[in-house]
Structures are given as C-alpha cells and as structure tokens.
Design a protein around this ligand. Structure first.
Ligand code: AMP
Ligand code: ZN
Length: 479
C-alpha cells in the first residue's frame, strides 16, 4: 500500500493502531446508518462525512474498499437502550401514513443529503427489513446459550459473554439511567433481540418467529447485516460516539456469541478489528433536536443560501474525534474558505494533467496527515499550500490538487465560484435582475452620476442585495 502506514484510533482498545486488513489488499467497512423516521440533522450527516473520508482514505492508500451503510427502517426505539416505542411506528401514527411510506420518504431525503455532501455511494446500502430471515436465523443460533424469553420477547443475557461493555468502559454511567426496567430481566443491561408483539395488538411491521410475531431489535440488525455482507471479522465498524455506549457494546456481545469467541483481548473477536466513532456536532441553542420546529437539517442551510459543500468543509476543518460546534458564522467562514479554493482552481483553467516533483513534498505531507488518524485539518493546509504555489505549471498544480480532493471530496474539479454564491431560497431578486442593475450602476459611475449609482444600490438593498465594491474575493454582490 502506498505512503505512510495508516494509523487509526480504535475505540475498543482506546489506542491508535496501524491498520492491517483482514483480507490482504482489501478494506471492509460497516457504518451504522440512519433511522429513517425523520430527516437527518446535520450532526447525523457529520457521521457520514466522517465515514466517507475514512473510505476515501482507504481507497487513496490503495485498498479495495467495500463499504456498507445500513438503513434502519424497523426496530430502533425512541431510547437506544430498548425503551420506548419504535421510532418508525411512532412517526407513522403521528403522520397517519404507512411505515413503508415514511421509511421511503426519509430514506430518499437522506440520500439527497448524501449526494449534496459529495459522500460516495457505498458498495451496498443494506435495508434492515430485507434481512429479517437472517436476523431470525442469527437469533436462533445464539438463543440456547445466550438468551432467555420473557413476555416482551427474546432477551440477550449480557453476562454470558466476557468483557461486556468494554467498548463503553469509562462511560457506563451515562448509559445506566436509560436502561429499560423489564420484569424478569436478569441483568439491567440485557437487551431485547426480538420484540414480540403484545397479545391483542398488531404492528404495521411484524414477522413470525420462534418467539412469536414481532420485530427484530435494532442491535441485532447491525450485527446481522454487517456479518452477512462483510463476513466476520471485518476491518472497521463506524458510528457516532453515542453508539460507543449502548448500540455497539450490544452488537459486540451478539457478535461474540455468534462467532463463539469469548474474551475481547483479540479485538477481532468483537466482529470488527477496529471500532471508530466520530464526535458530535453540537449546537448550543437546541436546534439540533428533531423535536424542535425548525431543526438543523441540510436543507435549511441550503435554503439560507449556503452551498452544502461549505458544511462538508466545516466538518473537515475539525478532527473527527473532536466535538465541533455549529454556528452560522463558522459556516460562513467555511464558505469563504471554499470560495477561495474554488477561485484558485478556476484560475488554473483546464490545463492538461502533468506531474511535477515540486508537488511531491506536499503530497507526502498530505498523505502523512490523513494517515495520522485522518487529520483532515492538517490535510487541508497541504491542499492550500499547493494552491498557493507560485510559478509552477498549472497542469501539475491541478493534478496535485485533484489528487488530494479524492480524499477531501470538496468536488473542486466541478464546483464553480458562481455555484457558491449565497442564494437564500426566499431571495426577492434573481440573478439576471441583479446583474442588469449592476451594469446600469457601472454605467452611471462611469458617467460620474453618483446619485444615480447610489439609487441603484439602494434599490438593490431594498431587495436584500448588498453591493460589495472592492470585495477581496471579487464578489460584486451578496444576498
Ligand atoms: P440515527 O439516525 O439516530 O441512528 O443516527 C445516525 C448517525 O448519526 C449515528 O451514527 C449517530 O451516532 C450519529 N449522530 C447522532 N447525533 C449526532 C451529532 N450531533 N453529531 C454527530 N453525529 C451524530
Ligand atoms: Zn448500527
């Protein structure tokens, strides 16, 4: 494989480890995907930008990547630790729609965000409801030795595997309060792997099983889909840092039971060699909450005029293991930074590809940065260093920049300065109107008719258009 050894932080060992694939030359990655009961918020999308950068880095290093992301359309309860209602059943009841329609609608909305953020398509999207027979089979395989039945369904006894909760380790306190009290549970942390439908009730989504009609548990789903598509053990399992506390420890326990492995001293016994978690995007005023009216989803950013790739850049500016605070100012700064890059790329025109040794040290620096647990903030500075180089062949510069953008995914080869203009959805003036007014203003200024020039400026201001004379980025106006 090319460049520096790839070093990644493994949440299971809490150490940076050198990536060494299970199958030589390959990298198999599973990312916990969205629960499609509502629109994803931009924090959720940070998780997929992170997984995308990981996948792109593995490809850059020369591994043949198989990336799987699941779509959870059944079984995820309103509380991660098995309490509450099924999120999709609840959304369907609230909207008086079928669960299948709800799931389809929000899956499409999620995919639209994936495309807008230039997240590469994984090799496979696994949809939970397509894997129910395999889930039943998996549960049957571990039921005798690891599970017990209660009225509510089939429960997994976490004391039957070694090191339960090791992934969560220092953080078990956070999870404790959220564990469901169910009569008959042997251990507080035991989880339902199959939820039987209570007698006399029917659910929109239910299947026959040896434990009665019902639905699979959310944790079971990911164990089954990851193992079915990638084979145990696979290389890397990803998710947001909240999954380190409950969902992933539960997946790991099921995987241990299924693979008949016990202790977690060999990390591969958990089903995956490396477990990686992105930290949260936070927003102080609570706009990330999906129960708030106008919550922060990508569409809101776009409607306010921000190009979605400005949000991608905002994510890349922070290391994935650091908390990232969202602010509109921060997003604006990312947009300006992106504009600067795009203008520098545009200035190169369509120079033919070329290689030049001058760029080798920068590419090496870039490779070292991403190989160091995906240090994207540093990698971005290498990209900008290349863009700033003077007196170099344009084709060679473009080649080096595009090479780095394979990992960063800012789509620098396609996005144009004009695409990045702030264009709020509720703008009262369209672009041709603005350009015509600006042309008239130019004429007035050329004729030294400053009163007329100011009137035009005021008319534009009344429509929310700010004329920007002498803007360093060459913008004549903004909305
Ligand atoms: P969910 O649809 O709730 O299963 O979440 C989808 C993904 O988003 C999971 O990997 C979560 O861990 C992750 N996630 C949830 N909230 C945030 C956040 N505020 N910032 C970053 N990732 C998040
Ligand atoms: Zn999962």
């Amino acid at each position: 494989m090319t460049g520096a050894p790839l070093r990644l932080f493994n949440s299971l060992t809490r150490e940076i480890e050198t990536f060494s694939p299970v199958h030589p030359g390959e990298a198999r990655v599973y990312s916990c995907g969205p629960t499609v009961y509502n629109y994803p918020h931009i924090g959720n999308m940070r998780a997929y930008v992170f997984a995308d950068v990981l996948g792109r880095t593995l490809s850059w290093k020369g591994y043949k990547l198989t990336h799987v992301i699941n779509i959870t359309d059944v079984g995820h309860l309103t509380d991660d630790a098995d309490a509450g209602e099924d999120k999709l059943e609840k959304a369907a009841a609230a909207n008086k729609q079928s669960i299948w329609d709800i799931a389809e609608h929000y899956k499409q909305a999620y995919w639209a965000d994936v495309r807008a953020l230039n997240i590469r398509q994984p090799a496979q999207w696994t949809v939970a409801t397509d894997y129910v027979p395999q889930m039943i089979e998996f549960a049957e395989g571990i039921a005798d030795r690891h599970c017990y039945q209660l009225d509510g369904g089939l429960y997994f006894d976490v004391s039957t595997v070694a090191d339960y909760g090791r992934l969560a380790r220092a953080h078990t306190d956070e999870g404790e309060g959220r564990i469901e009290a169910v009569e008959g549970k042997r251990n507080a942390a035991d989880l339902a792997i199959w939820r039987s439908t209570p007698p006399g009730e029917t659910r929109q989504m239910e299947w026959d099983s040896p434990w009665g009609r019902g639905a699979p548990g959310w944790h079971l789903e990911c164990s089954v889909m990851s193992g079915a598509v990638l084979g145990f053990p696979f290389d890397i399992h990803t998710g947001g840092i909240d999954h380190r506390e409950i969902h992933h420890p539960n997946e790991i326990a099921q995987n241990q039971a299924h693979c008949c492995t016990n202790g977690l001293n060999d990390a591969a016994n958990s089903g995956a060699k490396i477990w990686m978690h992105n930290n949260f995007l936070v927003e102080r005023s609570g706009k990330m909450s999906k129960s708030a009216g106008e919550f922060l989803r990508l569409r809101l950013l776009i409607d306010k005029g921000y190009h979605p790739l400005a949000y991608r850049l905002m994510c890349l500016q922070a290391h994935y293991r650091s908390e990232l605070e969202f602010s509109w100012d921060g997003l604006g700064a990312a947009l300006t930074r992106l504009k600067r890059m795009v203008m520098q790329v545009e200035a190169l025109g369509d120079a033919p590809p070329a290689e030049h040794p001058k760029f080798a040290p920068i590419l090496e620096k870039f490779d070292a940065a991403i190989s160091d647990d995906l240090n994207t903030p540093l990698a971005l500075t290498a990209l900008e260093e290349a863009l700033a180089m003077k007196k170099v062949d344009a084709g060679a510069k473009l080649t080096a920049v595009m090479r780095m953008d394979e990992v960063l995914g800012l789509d620098l080869g396609r996005v144009r300065r004009a695409d990045l203009r702030l264009r709020p959805a509720n703008a009262q003036a369209d672009e041709s109107e603005i350009n015509a007014a600006l042309a008239r203003r130019k004429e007035a200024r050329a004729a030294k008719d400053f009163a007329r020039s100011d009137t035009i400026r005021d008319e534009l201001a009344a429509k929310g258009v700010e004329v920007m004379d002498g803007d360093p980025l060459g913008w004549e106006w903004k909305l």
